[in-house]
Design a protein around this ligand. Structure first.
Ligand SMILES: *Cc1c(COP(=O)(O)O)cnc(C)c1O
Length: 454
């Protein structure tokens, strides 16, 4: 057996003790979220209707590091630390001098990075005396992560699941039921937002968010929980990047480029932000690359504007790249990447030129995933397949430049519940819906009337 290491493994005692908060390190003045009614910056009281104060404090915290509660670290032990792999077989297949590493989050109970924040949010809500969490889910990963987390802390969980995924992914529903959650197909008949969107039977994340927020706002014992986009969600995910930094040090390498897929931005932020902080503080130089679908090209085609987080316009207005809050993306299989906006922190860094973005068609992403699976064994989720394709492009660029560049990408989850999509791809039956210029113009015309960002 060769002495070559494939997996870089940490111990339970190496689980980070703090989350990294990038807010105080961001370039420029932060733009506050605005109240949807008054258009004034939202205060903690506005958010307290649907979030516990401890998470609101994290959302706006000026502290560079926030301690992880002991109970959350205990829960993390169920699957963390996660492995970092060197993709040696994939490197050989690509015939590249690049060294390719991937941080694998598919070892969590729900099969993705999402439990990193689900566990933290369930814990804080339980501490605040909340009995029930309402949420939306796209591909089903977030709903299953929150269902799992609620089961750990004795909370009820009510999930509004995007219609197209509800139909395509019955086994995600089974997981949520197993962990004790209730699941509704969105748009549902249970809420005003659901009833108003009956003309979009495939649903969207934006519609499902509106439904869950509505339920949470109406009930005293119920809060809302969001699986991406918000600052505190990106914060919780930074355990990924901190572990990756320690694991890259074990490999005695530094990434030249860090790559992740972006739906709302949380797995990307989680992996990249600890590295980004080192770069912003002048301690390192590297590139960051965000991969998104051409069917929902938020970072590459969207407008940088204040927009709502949901379709109904119930959430605060956030500064972000957006395709318009009522944009309903075509039902591509990377359901977790079908969101009209992205995390404001991530968008700000794209705007500042710290992070690059590229968009990929779903057939190309699946082809990359299959190539990867035939080398490394793991069958990736459709979402991180976009990151794999970006890694292939970077590996090819390294070959052309004749440089042994170091590539690190996030493998945010496995694809075991997406095998019908693999079947469709292998049978040649996947479409590549394009986001047209007419779609963009129509979406921009419907953006809320707020001052453009200078
Ligand atoms: C939800 C999900 C995504 C997209 O969400 P982000 O907040 O952008 O990370 C990506 N990969 C997997 C496996 C997911 O479950």
């Amino acid at each position: 057996m060769s002495g070559q290491t494939i997996k870089y493994l940490l111990q339970e005692r190496d689980i980070p003790t703090h989350w990294i908060n990038l807010l105080p390190d961001l370039p420029g003045e932060p733009l506050p979220p605005l109240h949807p009614g008054t258009l004034q910056p939202v205060g903690p009281d506005d958010l307290a209707v649907i979030f516990p104060m401890s998470l609101i404090a994290q959302e706006v915290s000026p502290e560079a590091e926030i301690e992880i509660p002991e109970s959350v670290r205990e829960a993390y032990k169920l699957w963390r630390p996660t492995p970092l792999h060197r993709a040696r077989r994939f490197e050989r297949e690509l015939d590249t001098p690049a060294h390719i590493y991937y941080k694998y989050e598919g070892t969590s109970p729900a099969g993705s990075h999402k439990p990193n924040t689900a566990v933290a949010q369930a814990y804080e809500n339980a501490q605040a005396g909340i009995r029930r969490l309402a949420t939306e889910t796209g591909a089903g990963q977030w709903g299953s992560a929150l269902a799992f987390a609620c089961s750990l802390f004795g909370l009820e969980c009510e999930v509004f699941m995007v219609g197209s995924s509800y139909d395509q992914k019955p086994y995600r529903r089974s997981m949520m039921h197993t962990w004790g959650a209730t699941v509704h197909r969105s748009p549902s008949e249970l809420t005003n937002a659901g009833r108003a969107n009956g003309s979009h039977p495939t649903g969207s994340l934006g519609i499902a968010i509106s439904e869950a927020v509505e339920v949470a706002a109406q009930r005293e014992d119920t809060n809302y929980s969001l699986g991406s986009v918000l600052n505190h969600v990106c914060l919780h995910q930074t355990v990924i990047g901190q572990e990756a930094i320690a694991q890259m040090a074990m490999a005695e390498e530094q990434p030249d480029v860090v790559i992740g897929c972006v739906g709302g931005g949380s797995n990307f932020a989680g992996l990249a932000f600890p590295f980004v902080r080192n770069v912003l503080r002048g301690g390192a130089r590297m590139r960051f690359l965000a991969a998104e679908p051409t069917a929902c090209p938020t970072l590459t085609r969207g407008a940088y504007r204040y927009d709502f987080g949901d379709t109904a316009g119930l959430t605060p207005l956030m500064p972000m790249y957006t395709l318009g809050h009522d944009f309903v993306p075509p039902p591509v299989h990377a359901g977790g990447l079908r969101y009209h906006g992205d995390a404001p922190m991530l968008c700000g860094l794209v705007r500042a030129g710290v992070i690059e973005a590229r968009a990929y068609a779903q057939n190309d992403a699946f082809a990359a995933a299959v190539k990867f699976a035939r080398c490394e064994g793991l069958i990736p989720g459709p979402e991180p397949s976009h990151a794999i394709l970006a890694a292939i492009e970077e590996a090819e660029a390294a070959r052309e430049a004749g440089e042994a560049r170091v590539i690190l990408f996030g493998l945010s989850g496995h694809g075991h519940f997406d095998l019908s999509a693999y079947d469709a791809f292998l049978a040649g039956g996947l479409e590549d819906p394009e986001f047209s210029e007419a779609d963009m113009q129509a979406a921009l015309a419907r953006l809320p009337e707020v001052p453009a960002i200078a």
